[in-house]
Design a protein around this ligand. Structure first.
Ligand code: SAH
Length: 352
């Protein structure tokens, strides 16, 4: 099978060009077609000599995955399910708002974190995604945009725990932020983590102003241990210490995600406890009304509980917003589409 061209770094494409007896600047042209000009085939790379285009076609695939599902929601959110050559499936999403085009990408096949309300971890972790598999999500979603639309934000919030795949993710983000790549500012990229303190420090040390979002979901260890099982080896205090360091080094205000699960973590007392943890910090809370996952019994929070939660946080000086639901009619919560398709492929899994 042909190698995925996206598995090569720019330097490697340059080396390949030289090996083929071509000039080094051809690599710049190829990069422009891949990142800026949204080429969908090597034939479309019209300013390359015909012979080089032919060699590219013989040596590489431009996109390696098969699009097994492409859904468009009534709010114009689009979701792709990509089947990688080895058969693994990967989900990614494009969200449209009046002044933004945000994509959400996955970093792993499955997830090892086991958060009890999340569809992504239900089948466990299979493996990390490779460089080309992450780039393919980004570039395919970018190609769903119209000529007049530009990608403005990336959230690394799809399936998987991004900080467990940092050595692959960071070079991908370097390509995305490179002015000769997609040219997106690191300030428009958000990495969402379950909260792995050592990895948060590692990310801080990289020294790029990426936004960090931490999936806290509970103000106490007792409750967090129940909802986010990996917490029993970590603890809320260690996470906050690491996020303080992240803020100090990057200058970026940290976001704390909090999925509201009706009757479990949405009581006013939880809001007060959360406010106590965060009020002295430069933090922002993003409340996420739970997306229902079939086969899981968690309840959505009531509208009044949600509003009360926000109002307690705000009254106590903690900035809070409620996340808008996007793509509600297309298996919105990340992980659900893959879960469905994987279950269909494997009848032993009882998921509808
Ligand atoms: N592993 C990373 C990134 C992927 S999950 C993390 O934990 O942050 C992205 C976000 O979606 C997390 O905040 C996660 O807790 C949330 N999420 C997972 N399942 C959900 C559901 N059923 N409803 C709403 N949000 C959910």
């Amino acid at each position: 099978m042909a190698r995925a061209i996206l598995s090569l770094t720019h330097k490697e494409i340059e080396a390949w060009c030289l090996e083929m007896g071509e000039k080094r600047f051809r690599a710049d042209q190829i990069r422009r077609w891949l990142f800026e000009n949204r080429a969908t085939s090597f034939d479309a790379m019209l300013d390359l000599p015909r012979g080089l285009r032919q060699k590219l076609k013989e040596s590489f695939s431009l996109f390696a995955a098969e699009v097994v599902a492409h859904q468009v929601a009534s709010d114009l959110t689009e979701k792709l399910l990509l089947k990688m050559p080895g058969g693994d499936t990967v989900e990614c999403v494009l969200m449209r708002e009046p002044d933004r085009r945000t994509i959400c990408i996955s970093t792993q096949v499955g997830c090892a974190m086991g958060c009890v309300f999340c569809a992504s971890g239900m089948l466990g972790l299979k493996r990390n995604l490779d460089r080309e598999e992450m780039l393919e999500q980004i570039l395919r979603l970018d190609r769903l945009l119209g000529d007049e639309e530009r990608l403005t934000n990336i959230v690394v919030m799809g399936i998987g725990e991004p900080l467990q795949n940092l050595p692959t993710l960071l070079p991908v983000l370097d390509d995305v932020t490179d002015p000769k790549g997609l040219g997106l500012s690191p300030r428009r990229i958000t990495i969402s983590t379950v909260g792995l303190p050592a990895k948060i420090l590692e990310l801080a040390a990289v020294g790029k102003p990426y936004n960090l979002a931490v999936s806290l979901h509970a103000p106490t260890d007792q409750l967090r241990d129940e909802l986010v099982p990996v917490n029993d080896k970590i603890g809320v205090a260690a996470i906050l210490e690491a996020t303080d360091e992240y803020f100090a080094t990057s200058g970026r205000r940290v976001t704390f995600e909090y999925v509201l699960l009706g009757g479990l973590n949405d009581h006013p007392s939880h809001a007060h406890q959360l406010a106590a943890l965060l009020k002295s910090r430069n933090a922002h809370v993003n409340l996420i009304p739970m997306n229902r996952v079939e086969t899981l019994e968690f309840e959505e929070p009531s509208a009044s509980r949600t509003l009360e939660f926000v109002s307690i946080l705000e009254t106590r000086g903690v900035a809070a917003t409620v996340r808008k639901r996007k793509g509600a009619d297309i298996d919105a919560a990340c992980g659900q589409l893959r879960l469905k398709v994987t279950a269909i492929d494997d009848p032993s899994l009882e998921v509808v």
